[in-house]
Design a binder for this molecule. Structure first.
Ligand code: BES
Ligand code: MN
Ligand code: MN
Length: 455
């Protein structure tokens, strides 16, 4: 494995510039304006896999955006790693908050700034480059298959059908994913859990038209006022969620697990400073690491209605809306939680308004065992590159397909992420450290080696 490090050193400028080319394609899956660009990104990824040495590369059509496939089978009797990633990105808005255009990547202070830099083009591309190294230095020790999808940021709705249909083609022993973060380069970590998700939209209707807020205000329900009151009542003074039955299936962490979590190298002051907040906020009785890792949460993602243009307009609006997400933990079921929310939200609405609750997508929570050889291989690989044993950390984010990989293909996933929580994914000025990118490539190459050895 000696050549890996030197190969990276000799080719790092090219690796970065290839990634920059990929980041220039605005593959926003949520916005149909970018439809052509999403297809264009799929083809670009396919080509990079082919150039790196993959066989049978293709764009597999789905009802939505294609899944990019590629493989290298060196020996049917050797184990197979199935790499998953996504080439679609979140919308870039609000555009005015970016210091440089989101699809015109720049490198500043050792970081690549662009939408998708860390989530997930930069991390997905580490796999393409690690594979290139293994191929070009002739040391790939096992089989590899790639599926890179284009609908992760919109809930991976068509991927389940794809993996169900292509079970034979996707036959593998383990899934490997880089789409999560680490604590820091100094304190590397491996993600051992992902949250589930229930996402809903609510619509509150008051009078049948917008009214003069003087003529009718105080006498007719204002749907925005009502919506705010309803949302406020979803959590109590301890920041517990008040939806009846919400916590019934939550698997409480054991004393030992909580003791282990308390040892996570995490600096609360630094955390607050980076976010420019005086105090954190969350469920009473739990630490910040526990709140994000093992406790279910509820957040309003957007709320609108009434007049938001320049100046003032005195109006009592007819409608108010909000998008609400709940992050779930084992063993909560997203469909059941969506139903509990709907029932509760409808029940707390006063007679003066009509309420409609529309469920969007969901995701099942996932927890990865740390006593399997694949985890050990990932841990050894990180230790080799970073010089420190990684700690297991459960993430607050979700990757919908991971639980389905287990359900449909019977495969566990290793979440070998190299981003940082401060990379501003989904936010303006998303970035990815060049060092994270290069160390990620090196670690992935080592992973193959340790993995093939342990199998
Ligand atoms: N890569 C993220 C998820 C993530 C990031 C997990 C960092 C852990 C640490 C992924 O692309 C994502 O954004 N997922 C969405 C879910 C989806 C249904 C839109 C999320 O978590 O909001
Ligand atoms: Mn992602
Ligand atoms: Mn994302």
């Amino acid at each position: 494995m000696k050549e890996v490090h030197s190969y990276i050193q000799e080719n790092k400028d090219r690796f970065v510039s290839e990634l920059i080319d990929l980041l220039k394609i605005p593959s926003v899956s949520a916005d149909s304006t970018y439809k052509e660009n999403v297809f264009q990104a799929a083809e670009a990824v396919r080509r990079t896999l082919e150039d790196a040495g993959a066989d049978n590369t293709e764009l597999c059509q789905t009802e939505g955006f294609p899944v990019v496939y590629g493989e290298k089978i060196i020996d049917e009797n050797k184990p197979t790693v199935l790499v998953y990633g996504h080439y679609d990105v979140q919308p870039a808005d609000p555009l005015e908050l970016w210091d440089s255009p989101p699809f015109d990547p720049v490198i500043k202070d050792g970081k690549i700034y662009a939408r998708g830099a860390a989530d997930d083009k930069g991390q997905m591309y580490m796999h393409v480059k690690a594979f290139e190294i293994m191929m070009k230095t002739d040391q790939l020790p096992c089989n590899v298959k790639f599926i890179i999808e284009g609908e992760e940021e919109v809930g991976s709705a068509n991927l389940e059908a794809f993996i169900s249909k292509e079970k034979e083609k996707l036959k593998a022993d383990i899934i490997l994913i880089s789409d999560t973060s680490m604590l820091s380069l100094e304190n590397p970590s491996i993600t051992t859990g992902l949250k589930g998700l229930s996402y809903l939209e609510v619509e509150v209707t008051g009078p049948n038209r917008d009214l003069h807020s003087g003529l009718y205000g105080g006498a007719v329900a204002n749907p925005i006022n009502i919506l705010c009151q309803m949302i406020a009542s979803l959590t109590d003074e301890n920041n517990h969620i008040t939806i009846p039955g919400f916590y019934d299936k939550v698997l409480e962490a054991t004393k030992e697990e909580r003791e282990l979590m308390a040892k996570t190298p995490f600096d609360l002051d630094e955390y607050k400073k980076k976010l420019d907040i005086k105090e954190v906020h969350g469920e009473a009785g739990y630490t910040t690491i526990e709140r994000t890792g093992i406790r279910p949460t509820l957040d309003v993602n957007g709320i609108w209605g009434g007049y938001i243009g320049e100046g003032a307009k005195t109006v009592l609006p007819s409608k108010a809306y909000a998008k609400i997400s709940m992050r779930l933990v084992p063993n909560q079921d997203d469909e059941e939680i969506s139903q509990l929310f709907k029932k509760h939200f409808e029940s707390i609405a006063p007679k003066s308004v009509k309420v409609e609750v529309k469920p969007h997508h969901g995701a099942t929570p996932y927890v990865m065992p740390i006593d399997i050889p694949e985890y050990k291989a990932a841990s050894d690989a990180i230790e080799k590159t970073f010089g420190k044993t990684p700690v297991p950390v459960r993430a607050g984010g979700s990757i919908p397909i991971v639980a389905l990989f287990e359900e449909v293909l019977g495969l566990k996933s290793i979440l070998l992420g190299f981003g940082l929580d401060t990379d501003a994914i989904h936010s303006p000025n998303e970035h990815f450290g060049v060092e994270n990118f290069l160390k990620g490539i090196e670690t992935i190459a080592h992973f193959y080696d340790y993995y093939a050895d342990k199998k």
